[in-house]
Design a binder for this molecule. Structure first.
Ligand code: HAM
Length: 416
C-alpha cells in the first residue's frame, strides 16, 4: 500500500531537534517570567475576520498565505498565521483589563503560512511570542528589545544584528506615505518590480523593504521616514535609542524596516542573522498602539515580538546531553518480575534509566547498554535473584561490584 507522507512544509521533530525545541521553551519560560510575562495559550483556529482586521488585507500573510477553510456551520475560519491577533482577541474578550495596568503574555506554538518551503521557511512553523499591553512609554520598547537580545544570548546566539526603526504614528505617517507615493509615482513605471507597482498604490511602505535590486536602488533615493516624524514620535524614538545605548544593545537603525504586517506604529525591530541562509530574520516585532481598539477593546497600547523557533534551532547551542544513569540487563527469565520492580522503583524515585524487555544474550545486552550511554549497567541473573543482589558495572571505568538489591537506590542516588 502506498506510504502516506507528511504535507510539504510540515515537519516531524525527532530526537535532538525536539530536545532543542524543549530547551528553548524552557529558557523562554524561565527568562520571560523574570520580566513578569505569563503564559497564554490561544486556539489554533480563529475567525478569518480577526486576521484580516488586524494584520491587514493588503499584506502577503492575509492576501496569499492563510490556511482558510469553511467549517460545517459555513463560517470562514483560519489556522493562525501568527500569535498577536489571537492574544489580543483573548485579551479583549476576557475583559480582564483596567486602565493603567500592564499585562504581559507569552505564547509558544505552531503557526501556519502557505509559503514556498525552503531552508528556514516552513508552512507549519513555531513561534515564541511575547506581547506587553498597556504601556506606551519608550522604556517598554527598550525593555522588550533588551529581553529579546538576552533571550537570544542565553540560547547561545550572539551573532545577530538588531535592526530598529520607527514607522511614525497615525498622525505623521500619512504625510510620509504621501511624500513616498509622490516620489514613486514620478518614477518611470517600469523601473519598479511588478509587486511594487501594485504596492505603491495599496501599501507604499512595503516598497521600502522590497528585495529586488532595482527597487532597492530607487528606495535609497526615496524620502526618509525620519524626516516626517511628529515631535512626539521623534522624542519617543530618541528615548528608545538612548535606552538601548544605556543597556549596551548592539543596534542598527534601519529606516527601511517596515515589517510585513500592517498593525505597527512607531518602534519596529528585527533580529537578523547571516548564519541561516536567505531567511535571515530570526525574530521581529514592534509597537501596535491602536490595535486593541481596532479589535473592539479599549485604548490600550501594545508592543511585542515573535521568534521563529526553526530558525533559532539552526543557531542555538545544543542542550547538554542527559544520558540515563542505568541500563538494567536481565539475564534470566525468572528474574524478570524482580527486575521490572527495580526499574520502576528507581524511576519513581527520580532516576532515569532503561530496561531490557526482551530475552537476549549477555553480549547483545551489553551492546544495548553501551548504546544507551547509561553510566551504570545493572545486571540481574539467576545468581543475583537467589542472593537478592545485583551487579553494578561502571561503564566508564569498566569496574563492577555486587551489592544488595535493597541498597541500590541509595547507591545510585549518591552517583546522580
Ligand atoms: P513575523 O515577522 O511575521 O512577525 O514573524 C516573526 C518570526 O517568525 C520571523 O522573524 C521568523 O523567524 C519566523 N517566521 C515567520 N514565517 C516563518 C516561516 N514561514 N517559517 C519559519 N519561520 C517563520 C510576527 O509574526 C508578529 N506577530 C510578531 C509580533 C508580535 N509583533 C508584535 N508582537
Amino acid at each position: 500500500m502506498a506510504q502516506i507522507q507528511a504535507l510539504k512544509g510540515f515537519a516531524d521533530l525527532f530526537g535532538k531537534e525536539a530536545e532543542m525545541f524543549t530547551s528553548m521553551e524552557t529558557m523562554a519560560r524561565s527568562l520571560f517570567s523574570l520580566f513578569s510575562y505569563t503564559e497564554l495559550r490561544t486556539p489554533l483556529l480563529e475567525s478569518t475576520d480577526l486576521f484580516a482586521r488586524s494584520i491587514g488585507e493588503e499584506t502577503d500573510v492575509v492576501g496569499k498565505e492563510m490556511y482558510t477553510l469553511t467549517d460545517k456551520g459555513n463560517r470562514s475560519i483560519t489556522l493562525r498565521p501568527e500569535a498577536t491577533a489571537g492574544v489580543l482577541r483573548a485579551f479583549v474578550e476576557s475583559k480582564m483589563y483596567s486602565q493603567g495596568n500592564i499585562y504581559k503574555f507569552f505564547t509558544v506554538g505552531p503557526m501556519f503560512r502557505y509559503e514556498r518551503p525552503q531552508k528556514g521557511r516552513m508552512r507549519q512553523f513555531h513561534q515564541i511570542n511575547c506581547e506587553c499591553l498597556g504601556a506606551a512609554e519608550p522604556e517598554n520598547d527598550a525593555e522588550i528589545i533588551y529581553m529579546l537580545s538576552l533571550f537570544l544570548n542565553k540560547l547561545g546566539i550572539h551573532d545577530f544584528s538588531m535592526h530598529v526603526n520607527s514607522l511614525g504614528c497615525h498622525e505623521c505617517r500619512p504625510h510620509y506615505k504621501k511624500a513616498l507615493t509622490d516620489y514613486l509615482l514620478q518614477l518611470d513605471k517600469e523601473t519598479l518590480c511588478e509587486d511594487c507597482q501594485r504596492r505603491m498604490h495599496t501599501n507604499p511602505l512595503r516598497v521600502l523593504d522590497c528585495k529586488v535590486p532595482t527597487c532597492k536602488e530607487y528606495v535609497e533615493k526615496a524620502p526618509k521616514i525620519s524626516d516626517y516624524y511628529c515631535p512626539e514620535c521623534k522624542d519617543h524614538f530618541a528615548r528608545v535609542i538612548d535606552l538601548l545605548k544605556i543597556s549596551n544593545i548592539n543596534y542598527t537603525i534601519s529606516d527601511t524596516l517596515v515589517r510585513g504586517l500592517d498593525y505597527y506604529v512607531r518602534t519596529t525591530f528585527e533580529a537578523v542573522s547571516t548564519g541561516i541562509g536567505s531567511q535571515s530574520s530570526i525574530a521581529g516585532g514592534g509597537r501596535y498602539d491602536g490595535l486593541v481598539k481596532q479589535l473592539g477593546g479599549g485604548d490600550v497600547s501594545g508592543i511585542g515580538f515573535a521568534c521563529g523557533m526553526e530558525r533559532l534551532a539552526m543557531l542555538a547551542k545544543q542542550p547538554e546531553a542527559n544520558p540515563p544513569l542505568f541500563y538494567l540487563a536481565v539475564l534470566d527469565k525468572e528474574a524478570r518480575n524482580v527486575a521490572f520492580n527495580i526499574a520502576q522503583n528507581l524511576r519513581s524515585a527520580g532516576i532515569k534509566g532503561e530496561y531490557s524487555f526482551a530475552d537476549r544474550s549477555m553480549k547483545s545486552l551489553m551492546r544495548q547498554a553501551d548504546k544507551s550511554n547509561a553510566k551504570y549497567t545493572l545486571i540481574l541473573g539467576g545468581d543475583e535473584l537467589q542472593s537478592n543482589t545485583i551487579v553494578v558495572k561502571d561503564m566508564a571505568k569498566g569496574e563492577q561490584e555486587t551489592i544488595p538489591q535493597d541498597t541500590l537506590l541509595s547507591y545510585l542516588q549518591e552517583k546522580k
